[in-house]
Design a protein around this ligand. Structure first.
Ligand code: AR6
Length: 192
């Protein structure tokens, strides 16, 4: 399979990277969890993060009182390499429901706001909502990147945003969306 061509860019002062991998192994200041509104764990990336972080993560998320769809909350990372986990809740996809794109964008924007509030410099995201929540990745990737671009237009301590994508189709969809983002926004500068 061809390697996607477009996987790195600068957006203002922040590097944006796409790679294939397991987000639990990332050593960014924070990793983002694709959580549900209970914040009490689940399958997919949520299950993997809780397993890798250990039981203290659930002890902390129990104290948070859940999280609304489109919002994000921060915990420590415990046994993870990342010091923090930002638990973001994306929408369950429903075709024809216009609110899903807004809620997905909000989950990314709020994650970066929470990171900035804590002075974090690097954040790794999974592809929120495109697993159990059924959001087609070809539709989700442009929403994700547009939201990140918008959040990085304001001054922020975040100097690296890395998307850690779990399989080739997801990486390909994000790479195509990044190329399209660069065409729409001249401030998105490819890095070879
Ligand atoms: N690293 C990176 N990406 C991963 C990993 C990993 N270790 N594991 C899975 N993915 P999902 P959602 C990808 O289902 O759609 C949970 O039960 C996966 O291939 O994890 O937002 C929660 O508790 C897909 O591309 O999250 C919620 O109830 C992406 O992560 C619900 O699922 C998201 O898939 C949230 O569903």
């Amino acid at each position: 399979m061809d390697k996607p061509e477009f996987t790195r860019a600068m957006v203002s002062q922040t590097a944006l990277e796409l790679l294939m991998g397991d987000i639990t192994q990332q050593d960014t200041d924070a990793i983002v969890n694709a959580a549900n509104s209970s914040l009490l764990g689940g399958g997919g990336v949520d299950g993997a993060i809780h397993r890798a972080a250990g039981p203290q993560l659930l002890e902390e998320t129990r104290t948070l009182g859940g999280c609304q769809t489109g919002d994000a909350k921060l915990t420590r990372g415990y046994r993870l390499k990342a010091r923090y986990v930002i638990h973001a809740v994306g929408p369950i996809y429903r075709a024809g429901d216009e609110s899903v794109a807004w809620l997905l964008a909000s989950a990314y924007r709020r994650s970066l706001e929470v990171a900035a509030e804590h002075g974090l410099q690097s954040v790794a995201f999974p592809s929120i909502s495109t697993g159990a929540y059924g959001y087609p990745v070809e539709l989700a990737a442009p929403v994700a990147l547009e939201a990140v671009h918008e959040a990085l237009s304001a001054p922020t301590p975040v100097k690296l945003v890395r998307f850690v994508l779990f399989n080739p189709p997801t990486l390909r969809a994000f790479s195509q969306a990044l190329a399209a983002l660069a065409q729409r926004h001249p401030d998105v500068q490819p890095i070879s």
